[in-house]
Design a protein around this ligand. Sequence first.
Ligand code: NDP
Ligand code: 2IT
Length: 452
Amino acid sequence: MAVSDHVDLATFIEGVRRRNPGQPEFAQAVQEVAEDIFDFIQDKEQYHKYQILRRIAEPDRVISFRVCWEDDKGNVRVQRGWRVQNNNAIGPYKGGIRFHPSVTESVLKFLAFEQTFKNALTGLPMGGGKGGANFNPKGKSDNEVMRFCQSFMNELYRHIGADVDVPAGDIGVGGREIGYMFGQYKRLTNEWTGVLTGKGLEYGGSLIRTEATGYGAVYFLRNMLATQKDGIDGKTVVISGSGNVATHAAEKINQLGGKVLTLSDSEGFIYDPAGISEEKVNWVKDLKNKRRGRISEYTKEFPGSEFHSGKTPWGVPAQLALPSATQNELTGDDARTMVANGCIGVSEGANMPTTLEGVHVFKDAQILFAPGKAANAGGVSVSGLEMSQNSARISWKEAELQRLLEDIMAGIHASCVEYGGRPGSKVTDYVRGANIAGFKKVADAMLAFGVV
Ligand code: NDP
Ligand code: 2IT
């Protein structure tokens, strides 16, 4: 084996950190993948020779642009927008758009990197990308959000297309924002194509796209539990977040007989010992989507529940957990507390919600732990199905889409089991399985292209 230009894992990670100064989230995501891939490729010369991991960890391009808009008082506001096109080896770039004040180039690069593996796992032809802006939609009027979305699209439209790059929603970007952005794209190009997913059902959206991420994360949890001849019925569940992913995860847990104890937002979490039933989940959806309120308001509506300001829900004992808010919201200490409290399964609805230390705690404890790139892939999967429907100019029925979503999640689970076996371990290492299965597909496509 020609090892002259091989580096070890530590040197590789050091190089990533050096080339990407001030981008800790990106380095963290690369490290989590590299820990498994270095082991997998050690005897596979082609992947070394063609520097495949190094190339996947260098985005094809990062587009950064100014977004100017006018608020309702007539003040000119300036934000920064990005689109990170990470890798299009197996299909057009695909991934969400995030509007949140915490958005930086590092955050979007980590998300686009993760998306590349996630999209490969779905089995659909989609590359990896992500975009967003450091815009805070909270407290903004509909007109302000519309003006911001239009201004954002005034630049983004040059870089995307139905066969080029297909954005969708993420934190702070839901049906309202997709509508404004799609309208502006159509106006600028005079073209109706499936350039965005997560569209409204009236204009080319797909049934169950809204539910798909949360439902998919619960299906993945169910698949993991089935390997231990166990299920969700009768289990207690802690969930973080109260947005699209969290509320639909809670909905599906209720449907499968589980009891949801918590939800959260950036101000704290609510704990309802009686359980957050489907009716209560519907109230939260309305609170977040229509009234754009805060989760603390839950305690006024549902007596017996508690609000814990400034805290995350991981201290509440439960058998299952679905972290579904944001990156690095579950630390090593949280993971230790959860394991000590008898947690047996974690399915990441969010992207990289668990810190690297937390991931190692779950792995070492040999509990069922599904990383976001596997567990939350249901959303982008139905986005891929939305693209297919738009191209074919048809709309599939709900039952068919439900079946496809469950099939895709089962397929991802099977891929993780295939590549995630660990000698001496009683459970699959889903992190390793997802990393290797996702990598292998993208890597083999890249090998076919030579050095490009
Ligand atoms: P939403 O905007 O619908 O909801 C986000 C939720 O997370 C809100 O409750 C929000 O609280 C909370 N949150 C956001 N940022 C922070 C923060 N910095 N600290 C604490 N809480 C925070 O987004 P989604 O539900 O769509 O996304 C949630 C996660 O799921 C993200 O990691 C996203 O990348 C991931 N994901 C989303 C998919 C989708 O289809 N939408 C697909 C796959 C993954 P607040 O209201 O206070 O901001
Ligand atoms: O993180 C994700 O997978 C998403 N935000 C959804 C991406 C998509 O293109 O549907």
